[in-house]
Design a protein around this ligand. Sequence first.
Ligand code: OTU
Length: 639
Amino acid sequence: MPSKVMSDRLLAVLPDDLRPQAAQRLAAAEPVLRRLLAGLYGGRADFDAWLGDLMESLGALYSARPPELRALDAQRAAQPDWFLSQRMLGYCAYVQNFGGDLNGVAARIPYLRELGVSYLHLLPFLRPRAGENDGGFAVASFDEVDPALGSNADLDALTTQLREAGISLCSDFILNHVADDHAWAQAAKAGDAAARAMFHVFPDRDMPDRHERTLGQVFPQVAPGNFSFVDALDSWVWTTFYPYQWDLNYANPAVFAEMAAAMLRLANRGIEVFRLDSTAFLWKREGTNSMNQPEAHQLLQALRAIVDIVAPGVLLKAEAIVPTRELPAYLGSAQAPECHIAYHSSLMAAGWVALAEQGTGVLREVIRNTPSLPAAATWLSYVRCHDDIGWNVLRAEAAATGSGGSGGGNAGVGASIASNGSNGSAARLARVARFFSGAEGSYAIGAAFQSTDPNAAHGSNGMTASLTGLQSAGSDEERALALRRMLLLHGLALSFGALPVLYMGDELAMENDYSYLQRPQHAMDSRWLQRPVFDQQRWKHRYDVSTVPGMMHQALARLVRIRRRHDALAANAPRTLLADAPDGMLALARGERFLTLMNFSGQPQSYALQGAWRDCVAEQAADGTLVLEPYAMHWLERE
Ligand code: OTU
């Protein structure tokens, strides 16, 4: 069917005044959308009719978009790199932990502004499954706010207030699965064939067993296997995560159309960024691990084309916790844009490896493996998040960089491990995981996640402060070292060249929360260690530099302020890894005029500066040979 016919289906439902603009956007994106969807679903007899209906539903969502959001769309379409500025800073929190409810979050807007936050990621706040729900990642309705957190009207009010404060709201959009009490799952259980076709349902173990041969496991301990038997269906359902999270079947075009519309309805409530959860898993293919499949990228590119037509002010953020080489594809290319932002989980995990090993081999290899990006796309940098720090994404870098861990002669945890080949790299990463669970003479207090095998690494849990030694510190000196380690990791995230996101509580050096052990539904999932309730007492001390929270908060706020002043630190401004630093250090140049020096080891490190510099943090001149104290960081600008 010709492009014009499809575009007309959308234009027909728009009021006259919106048509010229829509026609313009369609001219650019409709052919792309149609090509992508034809590639996925074109073989079906009803493809043209389906696509026509999709266009009409997009038209309805287009005309329902509130004028103030349309204005934002226009503004951002005129400046598509708006989110790459060094003035952008993210903050991530659970609604219930940060503000109690949505109104409580609104009450914290002044605090966020004071920190310089311009992007707020609130972890899942839509109506979750009744009972256990994986921290809200099992969604029962995409159209209702969780009643425990507020109403849809509260969400509308919050997005309005945030927008007025210059803060973009980011919401999770959990598009890989829905809860087993979502209307589709309930209808399927009641015998509705169309609803059943929204999922991957198998009458016996034949196909599940064939898939299992090559699938990995996300939660091997608490949710082993990737299929769950559902009595009401008398069948097996694909459940990559917990058994109550049913994977959606994107081979069915109805799933794509429904999910695209659900996302745009949320966009029309003023959500400006969607964190697309578990994007790697969207398409299944026998004989593979059913991750990062080409069709998953086509689906994301089709979603992007839809956003570019209906709500071009909206950003898509890929959550794909996959090896570094698989990451760039989630940002697409200039010709085929995909997401605007992607989590750089390798960079995040490698910062922690550098601390454990007191050497930067893996970190440098990650940076070398990080390609430059299409113009209006960037990485998300972070120190930690609500999930575990996953080590497996670093297998390739750990294998490529020898044993690691030299840090000024003080053997780091990797020092005695030979790591050529995958067993070596697994053992090396397993040692890092043990380090952060407190073994290997470590200052860290954390928990290994989802692995009982001492030779395998999965992930590590714990708050940044606890993993960097604050919780175990017995003296001011040890506290000072922990503080430096926290600032070092934050400094990496802030100066790397990315959109940095702070994790709630880290700015106040909050420690592990053990209350989850008392909650039977959470006790087996140690990710709850790092999901504490915002500490009001620490917050009150944020200006008091005689306290640890005050020291952390003030030092971090200072880095944020310095970052804002330097356009060399903008997300996609040039970055060069300098090879002349010792292994315990990382030296990162941002253009010709800015230099970040980081000591990941417990020993002093020297670095010979070329030319005259100014230390923007210490506010003093720096030249000649600079000696970096253990875990110290220097941000230098050229004089
Ligand atoms: C995401 O995470 C979420 O961030 C988790 O909180 C959810 O439990 C999960 O999806 C299911 O919705 O693999 O790329 O290892 O890193 O579960 C997606 C733990 C994921 C997480 C993993 C993850």
